[in-house]
Design a protein around this ligand. Structure first.
Ligand SMILES: [Zn+2]
Length: 213
């Protein structure tokens, strides 16, 4: 009925945003407005990869014998593919440019396509991940955010060392994952500094003031 339609519309409005773009949510009282798209892009990349990383590490990486059987497995290939999904998303998160995202998307899509070729090429896979990370961190350097760029690369260098050299034995790979978890907050900072994020941050600030917080 019309009445039910109206009620649903007002409910949806309540849950999403009002005409000023403000969110009034009792579950997330500090979420005054939707986050800027570049920040969402960083989150989306991480969220999409997480289930495949879990599936591989939590189940198959423990069950499969080390070596070719493990890296050849479909769960490892999917984990790898979604690392490239992260890289593609990050390229928008650090640049705020759809053109730059498109270029990165094409490169990462090619990397994903190669994950489904019969032969696994571990060295080439690592080089391609490295290129994809360089590509999404370069916009940060170009904008002159040198400190943020160096912080990210200090993290990636430490991760590379833990991943390749196993300096603390069996703990090395877990340490690698713990250290790489430091990168997304920094990437979100980079996303917040973009011109593409400015307007939505101002909306959120206005909403916070209106809400009296
Ligand atoms: Zn791992």
């Amino acid at each position: 009925s019309e009445e039910a339609g109206l009620t649903f519309a007002s409910l949806a409005e309540d849950a999403l945003a009002d005409e000023k773009g403000c969110i009034h949510s009792s579950i997330f009282p500090h979420l005054h407005a939707l986050p800027p798209v570049p920040v969402v892009a960083v989150a989306v990349g991480i969220i999409l990869h997480a289930p495949f990383s879990f599936l591989y590490h939590w189940h198959y990486a423990c069950k499969l014998a080390p070596g070719y059987a493990r890296i050849d497995h479909w769960s490892r290939r999917l984990d790898h593919s979604f690392i490239h999904v992260i890289s593609a998303c990050m390229s928008y998160g650090t640049s705020g440019s759809w053109d730059y995202f498109l270029a990165n998307l094409m490169f990462n899509a090619d990397c994903i396509y190669r994950q489904f070729k019969p032969r696994v090429r571990p060295r080439m896979n690592k080089i391609r991940i490295l290129i994809s990370i360089i590509a999404y961190t370069i916009p940060i350097l170009r904008r002159g955010e040198t400190v943020l760029f160096c912080e990210l690369w200090a993290i990636f260098a430490l991760c590379g060392w833990l991943f390749a050299k196993y300096p603390i034995g069996g703990y090395s790979h877990s340490a690698f994952h713990a250290v790489i978890a430091l990168a997304p907050p920094l990437l979100m900072q980079a996303a917040c500094h973009l011109l593409a994020s400015k307007e939505q941050i101002q909306v959120a600030a206005r909403c916070a003031v209106l809400a009296g917080k």
